[in-house]
Design a protein around this ligand. Structure first.
Ligand SMILES: [Zn+2]
Length: 154
């Protein structure tokens, strides 16, 4: 579990970068053999792109770097439970494992609302770990929305 924390901290750094850019603070990193292959953060507003979620950005970068559209053996660390779109990309990527910080009761598609990676749409068996640095991952999002509400009041 020590290693999981190390990489979740890196995903949180990406979430902080998103926060600084006024994007919902979600970050992700992809790891293979104990090394970070790619990093991603939410950038939907900056890029005017609804697919520019942290997980998809990290998956895209890893694919380019490894010159492969399949990413066997990789572990995705993400600060928030992936949505249905990202869960779909995760299934296509054939990664080995997902490590989630906080669950997303509204839109989560790995555990909370749907279990897409365990369903018949998935033809690979992807291991899932949850609750790694859950408090920190949740706090940054709560802080972000608190800030938004306060700005709206003014
Ligand atoms: Zn997503």
């Amino acid at each position: 579990m020590v290693d999981d924390k190390v990489f979740m901290k890196e995903a949180l750094k990406q979430a902080k970068k998103a926060y600084e850019k006024n994007e919902i603070p979600i970050g992700a990193v992809l790891v293979k053999d104990g090394k970070i292959i790619s990093r991603g953060r939410n950038s939907v507003i900056e890029k005017n792109d609804m697919t520019s979620h942290a997980e998809i950005n990290a998956l895209r970068k890893a694919g380019k770097k490894l010159e492969n559209y399949r990413l066997p053996g990789l572990t995705l660390y993400t600060t928030l439970e992936p949505c249905s779109m990202c869960a779909g990309a995760i299934i296509e990527s054939r990664i080995e494992r997902i490590v989630i910080g906080a669950l997303d009761p509204k839109r989560g598609a790995i555990i909370s609302n749907l279990e897409l990676t365990k369903s018949t749409v998935s033809n690979t068996d992807i291991a899932v770990t949850t609750g790694v640095m859950e408090k920190e991952c949740l706090e940054i999002i709560q802080e972000f929305f608190r800030g938004l509400r306060e700005r709206k009041k003014k």
